[in-house]
Design a protein around this ligand. Structure first.
Ligand code: AMP
Length: 283
């Protein structure tokens, strides 16, 4: 596995690969790798000549009271996991490589951000879009791999690629879960033992909602109520949001129909967890 730390060297390498006719698959991450990240790589390896992973904890996408400093990091472990997964090039830039000087431009994501994490984390998707524009221009990928655990991110990247005409295909990858259903996340290490035993109930709550919809419930509030009760009964987590929206447009719905997302965010003492289920309902 090649490790590249300079943006210029990475871009030169990508240009060289393109000239040689190789396709590039790219999975951006913030590291502290787990099976979810590696699933992105596995799929990229199947569909591209060269697979690039980046690890960069992007300060721009964290709010002032969020966990940027405390975000889990273990670069040496990540290098081994990435290499074992088959990553061809690991792009591992320092902060100064990505943000060498005060930027002249500010990216403002207008659509698909007034709901879910976009509402709870103001500015988060502006930071995500900014880093992705940079990474797409540095790595020049043909295919980019994003996990559906962060479904709103998938929706925003879909718009980003279309709005700015990136010659890139977005490949959403299904959420990788622990055996008990908990969505894998770098932040799971910050759950206490008790919280860890409660956390699978987030997905179970989503499943309860999904079952109600499949049985014919079309009122979003009723389904949200079912999930809310279930989570309040089975966890000590504080519900940040539970929402049912169209996907990928993320519009609010009077009635549940078509392709929808049921999404939630729940705060435990040191970790805020998110999860979702996507459904297609045709009556
Ligand atoms: P992060 O390092 O948390 O920014 O995640 C980097 C990429 O991995 C994003 O596209 C995430 O959606 C994806 N990812 C994170 N957790 C999972 C998971 N459990 N299953 C699939 N993809 C995931």
């Amino acid at each position: 596995m090649e490790i590249i730390t300079s943006s210029k060297a990475m871009q030169e390498r990508a240009l060289q690969l393109k000239k040689q006719g190789y396709s590039i698959g790219f999975a951006p991450t913030m590291g502290f790798l787990h099976e979810g990240h590696l699933k992105l790589v596995t799929q990229s390896l199947q569909e591209n000549d060269v697979s690039v992973m980046s690890i960069f904890v992007n300060p721009l996408q964290f709010g002032p009271n969020e966990d940027f400093e405390a975000y889990p990091r273990d670069v040496e472990r990540d290098k081994k996991l990435a290499e074992n997964a088959g990553v061809n090039i690991l792009f591992l830039p320092e902060r100064t490589e990505i943000y060498p000087n005060e930027p002249s431009f500010e990216i403002n994501v207008k659509n698909r951000t007034g709901v879910l994490c976009g509402r709870s984390r103001p500015g988060h998707f502006n930071g995500v879009a900014t880093i992705l524009i940079k990474l797409f221009n540095i790595i020049l990928p043909d295919h980019v791999y994003f996990g559906m655990k962060d479904a709103q991110q998938v929706a925003v990247v879909d718009s980003l690629i279309k709005d700015f005409n990136f010659p890139i295909e977005l490949i959403p990858v299904e959420t990788e879960r622990e055996e008990d259903g908990l969505a894998r996340s770098s932040r799971n290490v910050y759950l206490s033992d008790e919280e860890r035993s409660q956390a699978p109930h987030l997905y179970k709550g989503l499943q309860k909602g999904s079952e109600a919809i499949k049985k014919g419930e079309v009122n979003p509030s009723s389904v949200i109520h079912i999930i809310e009760n279930y989570i309040k009964t089975n966890t000590n987590g504080k519900i940040d949001y539970i929402e049912i929206l169209s996907f990928p447009n993320l519009d609010t719905l009077e009635q549940i129909h078509g392709k929808i997302i049921i999404a939630l965010a729940v705060k435990f003492s040191k970790a805020r967890l998110i999860d979702n289920i996507i459904l297609e309902i045709h009556s």
